[in-house]
Design a protein around this ligand. Structure first.
Ligand code: 5GP
Ligand code: ZN
Length: 137
């Protein structure tokens, strides 16, 4: 437990949360700011800064629970679609530095979640080089 971590405090029961799922290793609870109704966070109980600090096996176990909880949220809220997002570091919008995955039901394109993918013209030479660099890492 990291003493100044708000999500460690939720795991320890030191501050309250609206829990929707809990087992020995994971916890899911409603995000306090409800960007859309049903906005839920899934966290590992063991503190890690974000997904970049977790092993592939730990992340796989986390996403097993994300899948289960996503289906529970979908069943309860009946949205038209959903987003699953995990922010890593401040530049990517991370504000709580204990790994969490956002589950966001979507009801309308005019709701309060804004994600813009600005498309660019493909540069196939660059794509080939980049793919090589990534696959060799
Ligand atoms: P991030 O910006 O790090 O991806 O997301 C952190 C999320 O944690 C935010 O959506 C914020 O509303 C939520 N949050 C911050 N403090 C609390 C809290 O004390 N309780 C709950 N349930 N959610 C919190
Ligand atoms: Zn923590």
């Amino acid at each position: 437990m990291v003493s100044d971590c708000i999500f460690c405090k939720i795991v320890a029961g030191e501050i309250p949360a609206s829990k929707v799922y809990e087992d020995d290793h994971f916890l899911a609870f409603l995000d306090i700011s409800q960007v859309t109704p049903g906005h839920t966070l899934v966290i590992p109980k063991r503190h890690a800064r974000n997904l970049l600090e977790m092993t592939p096996d730990e992340t796989a176990d986390l996403f097993n629970i994300v899948s289960r909880v996503t289906k529970k949220v979908e069943g309860a809220t009946q949205p038209q679609g959903m987003n699953i997002i995990s922010n890593m570091e401040e530049i990517a919008g991370q504000s709580v530095f204990h790994t969490h995955v956002h589950i966001l039901p979507r009801y309308s394109q005019e709701d309060d979640l804004k994600i813009d993918f600005i498309a660019h013209e493909p540069d196939f030479e660059h794509l080939a080089q980049l793919a090589k660099d990534i696959s060799n890492h």
